[in-house]
Design a protein around this ligand. Structure first.
Ligand SMILES: Cc1cc2nc3c(=O)[nH]c(=O)nc-3n(C[C@H](O)[C@H](O)[C@H](O)COP(=O)(O)OP(=O)(O)OC[C@H]3O[C@@H](n4cnc5c(N)ncnc54)[C@H](O)[C@@H]3O)c2cc1C
Length: 385
């Protein structure tokens, strides 16, 4: 088998790349280890930056997103039992975020890919790659390509193939997130990030009928220790307001999982014919809602580079791919680390708790500090980082 671009992984990164290349008339083959059913129902991120929404809309896969996505013009920071709104519209040039599940983006991209007749193979687990020769091996087959896009997530084989050439930067946090989905109407129109003495909590949503809530828990927490009653009780306690006005709607929990928190970057992103993108190259803690958006930003840069290379034979943009993406990766790493450090409880560290409180008060009082949060949260322009 031969193709111009061999794409490993049908997550948001791999699927968006295939879609953008298809529109540019560049042939690609996508290989995905899991079934279509599995990837279409894998619940993960749900906050889309302004730029992510724009690229999906501009390229014809934003119709359902526009219809069903929930546009948010701000978030609430809650601490000391009092809420403070960060107004994106006022602070970030009228920009907003859209709440739309990652699995819905994946469904839309798969539908577009299949409709266009492009190659997308499920249950095709890649066993190894050769980054110098441009060879991808899966089952008994070999796919030869001019370029390999390593979009196979944090546990994939592409980064592993070049691990002795990478510089790794990593931070593991002393906590994890217990995330739930529940059949309950959202209790607020916007996301609520809560800092409390009992730990962090996030109130989010996926639709007018479904809420997504998170609790900070110990890193090795057994989800079996958390009955539905215990989860609601803990959320109620952490999110309670001094004036008692906030009412957290409860409902049937239909999804529960624990996500570890980590910051990770593997540099550089290019090795011969291999280009790493998305979670294959970097991980951020979810507090800044950036993982999916960062994967999309990598792909926008990679697709531009591949267009110049495949259409005009100009490899300059591909040569710049790693440095270009890493500038944004580190901006987003800083923001995600900052949000995580500011909002979570660090067990037994009273000094840290005082610093956090001071920082939170500054962010909600200072126009400059609130602007920093708002413009990073809605996402900086590709050209501005
Ligand atoms: C449990 C969880 C919760 C998250 N929650 C949030 C959140 O709330 N907010 C946020 O912003 N981000 C969140 N993230 C991060 C976000 O979901 C990721 O950043 C995003 O999925 C990255 O997309 P990707 O395409 O790079 O990787 P992935 O989505 O991981 O896609 C990689 C694909 O490659 C496939 N693959 C792996 N190995 C092989 C192989 N050998 N051969 C073929 N295919 C292979 C995988 O099956 C997968 O489909 C979460 C992540 C996890 C794991």
């Amino acid at each position: 088998m031969e193709t111009q671009v061999g794409i490993v992984g049908a997550g948001p990164a791999g699927l968006l790349l295939a879609h953008l290349l298809q529109r540019a008339g560049i042939e690609s083959v996508v290989l995905e280890a899991r079934t279509r059913e599995y990837v279409e129902h894998r619940v993960r991120a749900g906050v889309l930056e302004h730029g992510t929404v724009e690229v999906l809309k501009e390229t014809g896969v934003g119709e359902r997103l526009e219809r069903e996505g929930m546009l948010h013009h701000g978030v609430e920071l809650r601490f000391g039992g009092t809420g403070h709104r960060i107004d994106f519209s006022a602070l970030a040039g009228g920009r907003a975020i859209t709440v739309y599940g990652q699995q819905e983006v994946v469904k839309d991209l798969i539908a577009a890919r299949l409709q266009s007749g492009g190659a997308l193979h499920f249950e095709a687990e890649v066993t190894s790659i050769d980054p110098e020769r441009g060879v991808i091996r899966f089952g008994d087959e070999e796919l030869r390509c001019a370029v390999i896009a390593g979009c196979d997530g944090f546990h994939g084989v592409c980064r592993e193939a070049v691990q002795d050439r990478l510089r790794i930067y990593e931070r593991v946090y002393p906590f994890a997130w217990l995330g739930i989905l529940a059949h309950a109407a959202p209790s607020s129109e916007e996301l609520i990030y809560t800092h409390s003495d009992r730990g962090f909590a996030l109130h989010s949503m996926r639709s007018p009928e479904v809420t997504r809530n998170y609790l900070q828990v110990p890193p090795d927490e057994d989800v079996g220790e958390w009955s539905d009653e215990r989860i609601w009780e803990e959320l109620q306690q952490r999110m309670a307001t001094v004036d008692g006005d906030f009412i957290l709607q409860e409902g049937e929990i239909f999804e529960k999982g624990v996500t570890p928190m980590r910051s990770f970057v593997a540099e550089p992103l290019r090795h011969g014919k291999l280009f790493l993108a998305g979670d294959a190259a970097h991980i951020v803690p979810p507090t800044g809602a950036k993982g999916l958006n960062l994967a999309v930003a990598d792909i926008r840069v990679l697709a531009r580079g591949l267009r110049s290379y495949c259409k005009d034979g100009d490899g300059t943009r591909l040569d710049e791919y790693s440095d270009r993406c890493l500038r944004r990766v580190w901006r987003v790493q800083h923001f995600s680390w900052w949000m995580t450090s500011m909002l979570h409880r660090f067990e037994g560290d009273a000094f840290e708790a005082k610093l956090q409180r001071s920082q939170l008060e500054y962010v909600v009082r200072s126009h400059a500090a609130a602007t920093t949060l708002a413009e990073n949260y809605v996402g900086l322009d590709l050209e501005d980082v």
